[in-house]
Design a protein around this ligand. Structure first.
Ligand code: MLT
Length: 273
């Protein structure tokens, strides 16, 4: 694996990790994590494909890129990485917030996408209630001592209740990772999510195959909210994992790895041949 960095006026330091070689799959992390969350999955998928794992601006090794970061900016950062690697077409898969960026990518750069992966994510916009909740959280991030308790409460809630004891160590590791994200990045990410539009029409109009990974016990993006979306595109690979919350890359890594590999085989050997 190889850590690389791009420097542009808009993205002062944009870092990403390249695993393996061949046709490309981009794995975008969710909130409030960084690319390292994909390490296990990326290592395995890279036995067959090139896997590129960015740190979104303001996460991991990538520096903060301003308060007004949008999911479209995140998509632009992914496009810059593809250009830097000389890749004309890739599978773009995102976890949760990373999926919102992947949807924006599908809208902005349709010529560059070979397949779309929605991993515990949705094409819908936030409801008004969700926006209000996020605004309250933003107020907390900006209060002295407000961020850490938020993270410590939020991260365990991403996992299925039934697996919390078995995954205690992993949950602690993810919590420590999330605590590294600065308050200003958390705020920028929540604002980006509040401002994102409904992209279900993109799913409906897109020609690319879509892979869905859904946790039966996901309380952040509940399975029942996705029923309509998973049949909007022409070709959908829908995987629903039992005893799984919002974090299949940790809760069900073997299933997710296998599903990525068969999806990529379809995208590259059938759909985009
Ligand atoms: C994520 O996992 O990226 C976030 O929970 C997504 C969200 O809050 O909508």
């Amino acid at each position: 694996m190889n850590l690389k960095t791009i420097v542009t006026p808009k993205f002062p330091q944009l870092s990403y990790t390249v695993y393996g070689s061949g046709q490309a799959i981009i794995l975008i992390h969710g909130f409030p994590l960084d690319g390292s969350i994909w390490h296990e999955v990326a290592t395995e998928v890279a036995k067959k494909y090139m896997v590129i794992v960015p740190d979104l601006p303001g996460s991991g090794q990538s520096t903060f890129a301003g308060d007004t970061l949008s999911v479209e900016d995140m998509a632009e950062s992914i496009q810059l990485i593809l250009q830097a690697e000389g890749i004309t077409k890739a599978i773009i898969a995102g976890h949760s917030m990373g999926g919102y960026a992947a949807m924006a990518f599908a809208e902005l750069y349709p010529q560059s996408i070979a397949g779309l992966g929605m991993i515990h994510s949705t094409a819908a916009a936030d409801t008004e209630e969700k926006k209000e909740q996020r605004r309250k959280s933003i107020a907390l991030f900006n209060k002295e001592g407000g961020k850490d308790p938020f993270i410590r409460q939020m991260i365990p809630a991403l996992f299925a209740e039934s697996a919390k004891t078995a995954l205690k160590e992993a949950i602690n590791t993810v919590t420590e990772l999330a605590l590294l994200t600065e308050s200003r990045s958390l705020t920028a990410f929540y604002n980006a999510m509040i401002n994102r539009p409904d992209r279900k029409p993109i799913l409906y109009n897109s020609k690319v195959p879509v892979m869905w990974a859904i946790g039966e016990d996901d309380s952040i993006i509940p399975a029942k909210n996705l029923t309509q979306q998973t049949s909007l595109s022409n070709v959908n690979f829908v995987h629903t994992y039992g005893n799984c919350g919002h974090m299949s890359m940790i809760e069900k890594p073997e299933d997710l790895i296998e599903n990525f590999i068969s999806f990529a085989a379809y995208c590259y050997e059938v759909a985009n041949k």
